[in-house]
Design a protein. Structure first.
Length: 389
């Protein structure tokens, strides 16, 4: 399995390190930003929710700009702009003295994240051969997730040594951020473009157009059922986990995600992306079902591990499949549409979960998610990736 990693293009490893460093920077900031807003700026919970909601909406809507910018500037300049914008804006939280300042800064920073995502994933596909593309995306997701583990730990260390100095954390987030920008600028190459008469270009025109529609439908049903991770943490705490251990549950999820990203990609390279993604959706179903039926904290922790495995599969394999069913010259647009739509559905997904949780029970919310996982599993079977490359 892991022996195939040495066959990956060096640019995939470089993009992985770029994402890891950026995630370290981002998670240093965003793991403590809610506490900063509530305890330092004294913002009420509604305004904090508004800030976070607008920020995520901005990130998801910005994804639709990616193919437009790529067409005008090529791929590397677009992701360089996205990473640079985020890197230089995050330290400015150190100078925030009002909710309005945070509102606009958070939104503009998310533009950088939004525009770079689809182009970056398109580059991962461009730099990988079809035979090991699953491992390529798995490696990238693993390194990205490692950054999400390391960043909060750095923030914890800084706040512990320099008692609750939020501004210092925000300022120091610039270091891994600028390292990621320099790594990208100096070493990552622009992917070679296909000529108009390329053999691959002609082969990709034979792809069934309805495969992408079925893929979007499947991914959308999954997204509408995949509630915010906050609900999982709330549930394990309700079932008896001490509050001090709740951050460890989040850490366990991220570690599981990181561990299983490459194995899921390798499995997809062996048995096909649709079959491997089907396994991930089944794992989601069982994880949601366990949360719906569980009255024991240990079972809920096990369900959280299963959920982490499933997330590693879905995040890796949805990207892999999207890259296989969209022509190479339209990949960024394909990624932008898929990621933009599923990202926008994050809000209604959490609203539905919250309503079912409050009006009926936690079991009702998780049962709804389980049903959505089965529908996603059903629709993904209609996806055909023959002649993709």
């Amino acid at each position: 399995m892991f022996s195939e990693l040495k066959k990956l293009n060096k640019n995939i490893f470089l993009l992985g390190f770029v994402s890891m460093l950026t995630d370290i920077s981002s998670e240093m900031v965003f793991s403590i930003l809610p506490i900063f807003m509530s305890s330092v700026l004294m913002l009420d919970k509604f305004f904090i929710g508004l800030i976070e909601g607008v920020a995520e909406a901005t990130a998801n809507l910005s994804k639709f700009l990616s193919p437009v910018l790529e067409k005008k500037f090529k791929k590397k300049p677009v992701i360089l702009f996205g990473y640079t914008l985020s890197t230089f804006l995050k330290p400015l939280f150190a100078f925030a003295n009002s909710g309005v300042f945070v509102f606009f800064l958070r939104a503009f920073e998310r533009v950088g994240k939004g525009v770079r995502g689809p182009v970056r994933d398109s580059m991962v596909a461009d730099f990988s051969s079809p035979k090991i593309r699953g491992e390529a995306f798995g490696l990238h997701r693993m390194m990205d997730t490692l950054g999400a583990v390391i960043g909060p730990f750095f923030a914890f260390l800084i706040l512990s040594i320099y008692t609750n100095d939020f501004s210092l954390v925000f300022l120091l987030s610039f270091i891994p951020g600028i390292l990621s920008v320099l790594l990208l600028y100096l070493f990552v190459q622009e992917p070679k473009s296909l000529g108009k008469n390329s053999k691959n270009n002609h082969a990709e025109k034979n792809i069934r157009k309805d495969s992408y529609a079925w893929f979007l439908l499947s991914a959308s049903f999954f997204a509408i059922g995949n509630m915010s991770f906050a609900f999982f943490l709330i549930r394990v705490q309700e079932l008896g986990m001490k509050i001090a251990f709740v951050p460890l549950a989040y850490l366990l999820f991220n570690i599981t995600y990181a561990i299983f990203s490459i194995p899921f990609g390798a499995l997809a390279d062996r048995i096909g992306g649709v079959r491997a993604l089907s396994i991930a959706y089944l794992l989601f179903f069982f994880a949601f079902l366990m949360f719906a039926l569980s009255s024991d904290v240990l079972l809920s922790v096990f369900a959280l591990v299963v959920y982490g495995m499933a997330t590693a599969g879905s995040e890796t394999l949805q990207r892999m499949i999207a890259s296989q069913i969209v022509p190479k010259d339209k990949r960024t647009g394909g990624f932008a549409t898929y990621q933009g739509i599923t990202g926008i559905l994050v809000l209604p997904a959490s609203l539905i979960a919250g309503f079912l949780w409050s009006a009926f029970s936690p079991a009702a919310a998780f049962a709804f998610s389980a049903v959505c996982s089965l529908l996603a599993l059903l629709f993904v079977q209609k996806v055909s990736i023959k002649n993709a490359e």
